[in-house]
Each structure stands twice: as C-alpha cells, then as structure tokens.
Design a protein around this ligand. Structure first.
Ligand code: N01
Length: 534
C-alpha cells in the first residue's frame, strides 16, 4: 500500500500528448500529475534540437485543434516550422493553460505496478516519493528512446559525439571541424545540409540510401493562413476522417492506368508542389502494388541522378526498397549537398563501420579522421519508450514479459492491453500514431481516454480492462492490414528491424485515421465493447 501522494491520474510525459491529457483531465475535475524527465515541456521537440530539425507535416495542420482561441492566437511563420518555433508554440500553450503547476519535471518514472487489492497503480520515481493513482496513462511518444548502436570503441573517441534525439541545448559548433554523420533517415537528411554549411568537412556514413523529395519550404502567405483559419471547422473534420490526419486523399486511380508520359507529368507536378503526401497521393496503389510503387521509385531515382553532379556519388544514393516502406522524407537541399566540395559520402552497406577509434571511424575498408560524430541512428520505436519503465499489471506480469519483448505485441486499439487495467497508452503500438499526423491522433486518443474515464466515474466503475478476444482480434486485424501492403516487405523501424535482437512485426495500425476513429467511437458507443468494466 502506498503512503505517498495519491492522484486520480498519473500521466508520463509532457509533450504534446501529456499536456493535452493534463488539460482535459484537470478541466474534468480529476487530480492529475504529470511526470517528465526533461526540465521543461516539449517531448520530441524538447529533445530533437539538431540543426535543421523541423516537422514534415505542414505547420497549420500540426497544432492543437481543440481550442479556437489557441488556434487564433498563434501564427506559424512557414510551411514547415523549425524545431525552436514548435517548441515556442508548446510553451505558449503550456503557459496559456497554466499547465506547469501540475507537472513534475526532472523526474523519471521507474516503475508502475498495478495493485489488484486496491485497483490502483503504485508508481515509483527516481526522486523517491511513492505515488498512487487510479489511472496510469503513458504519453511517452513513439520515438523517444534514442538508439546509439553498439559500436566497438565509442568510449575511446576523443572528439565530441551527439545523438540527434538528445541534442545539447547550447549551440554545437561545427566550424573548422571534420564531422561525421552516421545515418540517413529523417534526422540525418534534415541535419546533413545544415551541418555541411558550417563544417570544414562532412563525411556521411550511409547504410541505406533513402527516397527524399523536396519540402519546398517557404514563409506562409498571410492569405493562405487566413483562408485556413476561416475554414478551419471543415479542415479539421477532413483531417479527422482522412487516411493520414492531413487534408487530401490518394487520387482514385492506379499508377498503372496511366501512360508513362502521363505518369511523368503527374509525378512532376507533385514534385513541384513538394511536401510529404503529394507524391504518395498521386495514385491509390503506390503502397500496395509493387509495380505501381516502382513507377514512383524510379521517378525519384531519376531526380537524384539529375541533382547530384558526380555520377558515382549519385549511384551510391540510389534507394532500392519500395518507396514509403521506410518513412518518406522531405528535405531542403539534401541531394544538392553532395555537390559541395566539403562533403563526402561513404557507403557502409558493404563495408560496415567496424570500430570507433580515438580519432574517428574505421570501416572495414578505411579509417576516417573526425573531430565530431553525429549519430542520426534513430530510435527504439513504439515499444522502446514503454519498456524503459517497469510496468507491471495483474499477477505482477511486466509489459515486456507479456509482449515477450515485442514478439507477442498485443493491444486493444493501441490504447490498452489485457492484464493492465486502468492503463491507457496515447498513440501506443497498433494505433495509427507515427503513420499519421501525430496531432490528430494525439487529440483523438486524449479525447477518447477522457470520455472513457468520465464514463467509468459516472457509472461507478472501478476498473476497465481489454478482453483477451478483443485484443487478439485487434492485433490480428493490424497484422492483416499491414500484410496487404508493401510496408512489411522492407526492414524498417516500423518493423522493429533497426534494433538488434528486436522481434520483427509491424507495430502500427495502417487502416487509416478516419476508419480508426470510427472504430474507437463505435467501441465507446457500445458501452466500451471489448473491455470489461467492474
Ligand atoms: O532514424 P531512422 P531518424 N550503421 O531510424 C542508420 C521521425 N522523425 O531519427 O536504414 C550504419 O529513420 C539507418 O540505416 P538503415 C520520423 O518518423 C521525424 O532519422 O537502418 N547506419 C538509418 O539510415 C523518422 O522516420 C522528423 O540501414 C546505421 C539511420 O541510421 C523517425 O523519426 C524528423 C546503423 C536511422 O534512421 C526516425 O528518424 C526526424 C549502423 N549500425 C525524425 N544503425 C520530422 O520531420 C542505424 N543506422 C517530423
């Protein structure tokens, strides 16, 4: 039995999801405490401060929509806002809603154990005071457990090294330095052009070449902002019932129905528009039909060949997996950066990094002298942030044991999991999460969880727990939907393939944000069908 602080709800994390969760619960009158490891709000946008960091969802769609006042009081500067601006926005919301008074910063949740005798969660933190709550909600994000691969000799490196997802708060100085970047995912591709502008020399260590297409970022035209603001109710509705949480939808046509000339015209127009979804939305079978996918993939390869002047370098940059089965990336001058004299590209696919030495990186072919190494090597996605805490449900079974370290990942709606009553996961595994506009998915989950708690309290329920059959059905459905696409054909972090020893399995629900919302709403409308309430 806990003798420390008691709350109705404990929330882990003070990023976009934790902040809105706190606001909703507090407004509804529940005593709520948020715990946050960082010394301030922001989550992803607090940690990912690397140069060039920005969001790949257009700014006007990547913000809270629950408050018209907040919407109207904030003006984004550009189509894709940079990290400092997004962090300022989060701070603006935290201040406006006076959220900080219920957040304990600099505190790591170490364990959360469900006590069947009291139907409460007993929570410990590294700060000591035990805490208990009726509801335990994880708002830990999907990409917050950073991954530095186990390179031999890293401890001997005498220069500076950083991971993009744990970037220092003070300015990192690249001037006059030989810098190495390992990794060419979104973080690498955003940071490489920015670092190249400052460093004496930049060496990029690339294992898998990526499809990246232009963001065409630009300052917002005030008329566009005005138009979106004036029509925001409709825009919001469209986002909520869309495929990915952004306005727009794939064109209802197969890529194979058009002649090569017509396809070229369509792809060129989408390339000119830029942005995350314009190319994917050109045809409705890009993600499901290998031949259709190849038409777009080869179009992007031809663009890389056009941009990169040295044909040998261009050849190294040719991606060969199905487009979009690793997260598609939008960039500012990424491929152009390889035309600079101070940038070189090293393929480590066939000659992998063998060791980090005291003075640089040694691959199986050559040694590179470096003053600084930037690890743009990604995250242990989805389950990683949850497994960092010792979460135990009924009978003392831990989440990690239940999911067999991810091999038996099972959730109901990505919101809850059997054996862990009164625990909710915001944008958890097997929900649309990272394959959607996170803001739309976060708001949907927060609102669904708040309403569920309201329902329970009104009906005097002590516990809510996902049923075994409902969970089995949902997880099978998730796998079936993923198997019908090309996503499962590529090794990616979506599949858990980027982490040594992590079991492979598609960790995200691909059925679309709109259909998913409908399913969750139906479950609630039927008195939380698939859950048992006591
Ligand atoms: O990480 P990644 P990220 N030796 O896993 C390479 C979101 N995000 O931080 O592909 C050599 O994508 C690895 O190679 P490979 C977004 O959802 C969003 O860039 O595994 N290389 C890969 O190139 C994104 O998808 C934004 O062969 C090694 C890279 O490191 C997600 O976060 C911005 C290696 C890791 O790429 C993760 O992106 C940034 C090794 N041992 C991030 N190990 C927005 O714009 C790994 N790599 C919103």
């Amino acid at each position: 039995m806990t003798t420390g602080q008691n709350y109705d709800v404990v929330v882990v994390g003070a990023g976009f999801s934790g902040l809105y969760m706190l606001h909703r619960l507090r407004e509804a009158g529940y005593s709520t405490r948020v715990y946050e490891l960082a010394d301030d709000v922001g989550g992803t946008w607090y940690w990912n401060r690397y140069p060039g960091a920005r969001c790949d969802v257009e700014s006007v769609f990547y913000n809270y929509t629950f408050s018209v006042e907040i919407l109207n009081e904030w003006t984004w500067s550009a189509r894709y806002a940079e990290q400092p601006e997004i962090l300022r926005y989060i701070n603006f919301v935290a201040d406006k809603l006076d959220l900080r008074r219920d957040i304990q910063f600099n505190t790591r949740i170490e364990s959360a154990h469900y006590d069947e005798a009291t139907n409460r969660w007993n929570i410990t933190t590294d700060e000591g005071t035990p805490v208990s709550a009726k509801y335990f909600i994880t708002a830990v994000g999907c990409l917050s457990a950073s991954n530095v691969p186990h390179f031999k000799g890293l401890e001997n490196f005498e220069g500076e090294w950083y991971h993009t997802g744990r970037w220092p708060h003070e300015k990192v100085d690249f001037e006059g330095k030989h810098v190495g970047v390992i990794g060419t995912g979104s973080s690498g591709i955003q940071s490489i052009p920015a670092i190249a502008k400052e460093a004496k020399h930049l060496t990029v260590f690339q294992r898998t070449p990526q499809y990246s297409t232009p963001a065409h970022n630009k300052p917002y035209d005030p008329d566009r902002l005005k138009q979106i603001r004036e029509n925001f109710d409709e825009v919001k509705e469209e986002m909520r019932y869309s495929l990915t949480g952004m306005p727009g939808a794939p064109r209802d046509r197969s890529a194979l129905d058009d002649s090569p000339e017509e396809r070229q015209r369509v792809f060129e127009a989408a390339w000119e528009k830029g942005g995350l979804m314009n190319l994917s939305y050109t045809y409705n079978d890009i993600n499901v039909n290998a031949e259709a996918n190849e038409t777009l993939a080869s179009f992007i390869r031809s663009k890389i060949r056009e941009i990169v002047k040295d044909p040998e370098v261009a050849a190294k940059l040719m991606p060969d997996f199905y487009y979009a089965t690793k997260r598609p990336i939008i960039d500012t001058d990424y491929f152009e950066t390889y035309n600079r004299d101070n940038v070189s590209l090293v393929s480590v696919k066939n000659a992998p990094i063998e060791e980090i030495t005291s003075t640089g990186i040694r691959t199986t072919e050559k040694e590179y002298e470096l003053d600084m190494i930037v690890f743009a090597t990604g995250f242990d996605a989805m389950t990683g942030p949850l497994f960092k805490m010792d979460i135990r449900g009924k009978d003392g079974v831990s989440l990690q044991e239940k999911w067999d370290d991810g091999a038996q990942l099972k959730t109901y709606l990505g919101l809850a999991t059997t054996g862990f009553p009164n625990m909710f996961m915001i944008t958890g595994p097997e929900s649309p999460s990272v394959l959607s506009n996170m803001m739309v998915s976060i708001e949907q989950h927060v609102e669904w969880i708040s309403e569920c708690i309201e329902y329970m309290e009104k009906n005097g329920a002590q516990t809510i727990e996902a049923n075994v059959e409902a969970e089995d059905d949902w997880s099978s459905h998730c796998r079936e939907v993923a198997e019908a696409t090309l996503f499962t054909k590529t090794d990616s972090w979506y599949m858990g393939a980027n982490i040594e020893g992590k079991p492979r399995g598609f960790q995200i629900y691909l059925g679309g944000v709109g259909p998913y919302r409908q399913i969750c709403d139906d479950v609630a409308a039927k008195g939380y069908e698939g859950f048992s309430l006591t």
